[in-house]
Design a protein around this ligand. Structure first.
Ligand SMILES: CC(C)=CCC/C(C)=C/CC/C(C)=C/CC/C(C)=C/CC/C(C)=C/CC/C(C)=C/CC/C(C)=C/COP(=O)(O)OP(=O)(O)O
Ligand code: 1GP
Ligand code: MG
Length: 228
């Protein structure tokens, strides 16, 4: 299993969406560095546990990105805990986190927990709407959020989230240039090897999500970035 600071390419599986056993096997054995289980809505204890058990048949790292309090299940290799830095509602910054720590704090293994500072940039994404994120940001605003994650809060991960659309590579490059310790995750609209390679020049880790469900073959091809 690869540790999180070795991940270059990861797939994000949405528990609310269907994937066949055959495609799941192909995906887990594709050479990707980790499989993240997570989505903005429709994530339940049942569909999360189902994916955990199915992914566990393979040796790839299996990671839960926690998005609601009702689907926190033991047995994953890592727990990614998002805080949305550009939300307008404290719920998504630290509110649910406080509730979760009241319930689970005493039994958590913090070695497995990784906090992510999200900067949500696609105004049409579900995550932007749910979290009422301020997406109309200029380059300097985004860089300030990157420094907030890296230097003020010392979060291990800064996540540039364009979910559903391909972002601006020059922004990813500029953010890469200011981060010193935080790992840079980029996610959004990667549907080809070329896009995977372009963003992987700057991001430590690229995240491939929706294309798994709309064009599975294209999704699997993204793993071959850097190996064409
Ligand atoms: C013993 C035991 C159970 C151990 C585990 C202990 C543990 C790790 C406890 C958790 C502690 C903790 C602090 C939890 C935080 C709780 C929480 C709910 C925090 C809020 C998270 C948050 C900000 C959610 C908002 C949405 C978000 C950022 C989701 C991330 C995933 C994402 C953006 C997916 C992309 O969306 P998608 O669904 O794909 O959208 P489309 O359908 O449009 O594509
Ligand atoms: O679904 P896509 O657009 O690939 O984005 C991946 C991931 O960043 C979503 O949280
Ligand atoms: Mg998705």
């Amino acid at each position: 299993m690869k540790e999180y600071n070795e991940w270059k390419h990861v797939f994000k599986l949405d528990p609310a969406k269907e994937i066949t056993d055959e495609n799941l096997q192909t995906l887990c054995e594709s050479g990707t560095d980790a499989v993240i289980v997570g989505g903005t809505d429709g994530v339940t204890e049942d569909n999360t546990l189902d994916l955990l058990m199915r992914v566990r048949r393979f040796s790839v790292a299996c990671v839960l990105e926690v998005s609601n309090l009702h689907a926190i299940i033991p047995g994953f290799d890592y727990y990614l805990i998002p805080s949305v830095l550009n939300t307008t509602q404290t719920t998504w910054m630290n509110g649910l986190h406080h509730r979760a720590l009241k319930e689970f704090g005493h039994m958590m293994n913090f070695e497995e927990v990784l906090t992510e500072g999200y900067c949500v940039l696609n105004q049409d994404a579900k995550v932007a709407k749910v979290t009422s994120s301020m997406t109309q940001l200029d380059r300097e605003d985004i860089i300030a959020y990157a420094r907030m994650a890296d230097k003020l809060f010392r979060l291990p991960i800064f996540y540039l989230e364009y979910s559903g659309m391909y972002g601006d590579p020059t922004i990813v490059e500029d953010v890469r240039d200011v981060l010193e310790d935080a790992r840079l995750f980029y996610g959004g609209g990667i549907d080809s090897v070329d896009k995977a390679e372009e963003m992987a020049q700057y991001a430590d880790t690229i995240v491939v999500g929706n294309i798994i469900y709309s064009d599975f073959k294209a999704a699997i091809k993204t793993v071959s970035m850097g190996r064409k």
